[in-house]
Design a protein around this ligand. Structure first.
Ligand code: ADE
Ligand code: ZN
Length: 344
């Protein structure tokens, strides 16, 4: 049996979502009209038709093009607010969202415009929905370290609004070691650290992310499974992986959800979490990702619960918040066990 009601009702975290990857075609058209930008598509259907990828770079080319409609503070606010409403509908109570400032500053949009718009939506989500939302600024790894250094300088002026630093974009040929110095400076400034690694890149990139960059979590990390000693290290240190199954399927990191490594990862003692990555492009938000894997792998009820609970262990939050949220989580689990869903 599947666990649709359980998945909906569990309070959950999202730890791997690129806010620019939540730009739905409808909002893309609305912002294009508002900002007098011509899109290379005539209709929403045509946009969705273009979302066919055979690897990460195919997606990134379209993703950076989609960002062109984001110009003003209000645009960034509207983007994040649309996502946070969606997050609330999925029963997310804590979200950590990536943003790619270099994708905007390279087009002449100021760093302040981006951060202020996103932050305003995060503040409002706390007041309106009680969602704890924070921002993780990513460096684009296809650019050089000097560009990342300048971006970190800009972030230091907004320290209170940015929780952490991440690394994303084209992985192959851009190892974490390329950003060793700027990550060290970010660490010294007190930011939490994250990096995409082992999505398309080799296990060695995951080693570099933990040993050279010193990250708190690995984003994706699928290819870690090719290296037994790496898996042991990640398990020993309880370094969480933020998995994104629908993204993996769309970008051909896996060819079938039924072959997703979630179960092997859990059996190896890895702390795995489920996330959406770029939901507007990959066909699903957090609950969709849970449901897709639940169906494909015939997950047991306790496995669904464990993965959702892992989100709270892997999240960046105070000890007090974690204890409170886990108490609430366990109470919801106990209440659901008496209903018809989730008795298997
Ligand atoms: N930027 C947005 N989504 C990404 C992904 N899945 N991998 C690397 N960079 C990204
Ligand atoms: Zn990602």
């Amino acid at each position: 049996m599947t666990h649709d009601a359980l998945i909906s009702r569990l309070p959950k975290c999202e730890l791997h979502v690129h806010i620019e990857g939540t730009l739905e075609p409808e909002l893309m058209f609305a912002l294009a009209a508002r900002n007098h930008i011509r899109l290379p598509y005539a209709t929403v259907a045509e946009v969705r038709q273009a979302y066919q990828f055979s690897r990460l770079q195919d997606f990134l080319d379209i993703y950076y093009q989609g960002m062109s409609v984001l110009l003003h503070e209000q645009d960034f606010y509207d983007l994040a607010w649309a996502y946070l409403q969606r997050a609330h509908a999925d029963n997310l109570v804590h979200v950590e969202m990536f943003f790619d400032p270099q994708g905007h500053t390279s087009r002449g949009v100021s760093f302040d415009t981006v951060v202020d718009g996103l932050n305003r939506a995060c503040v409002e989500a706390a007041a309106t929905f009680g969602i704890k939302a924070s921002l993780i600024m990513c460096f684009l790894r296809h650019l050089d370290e000097y560009d990342a250094e300048k971006t970190l300088d800009a972030a230091l002026h907004h320290k209170a609004k940015i929780m952490g630093i991440g690394l994303d974009s084209s992985e192959q040929g851009h190892p974490p070691s390329k950003f060793a110095r700027v990550f060290r400076r970010a660490r010294d400034a007190g930011f939490h650290l994250f990096a995409h690694a082992g999505e398309e890149g080799p296990p060695d990139y995951v080693w570099q992310a933990i040993d050279i960059l010193g990250v708190d979590r690995i984003d994706h990390g699928n290819r870690s499974m090719e290296d037994r000693s790496l898996v042991q290290r990640l398990a020993r240190d309880r370094t969480p992986l933020t998995l994104c199954p629908l993204s993996n399927l769309k970008l051909r990191v896996i060819d079938d959800l039924a072959r997703h490594p979630l179960r092997e990862m859990m059996a190896s003692g890895l702390v795995v979490t489920l996330n959406s990555d770029d939901p507007a492009y990959f066909g699903g938000y957090v609950n969709d990702n849970y449901r897709a894997l639940d169906t494909a792998l015939s997950l047991r009820r306790d496995e669904v619960i464990e993965v959702a609970r892992n989100g709270f262990s892997a999240a960046i939050m105070t000890k007090t918040d974690r204890a409170e949220m886990l108490t609430r989580f366990d109470a919801v689990v106990a209440a659901i066990s008496d209903t018809e869903d989730g008795n298997s």
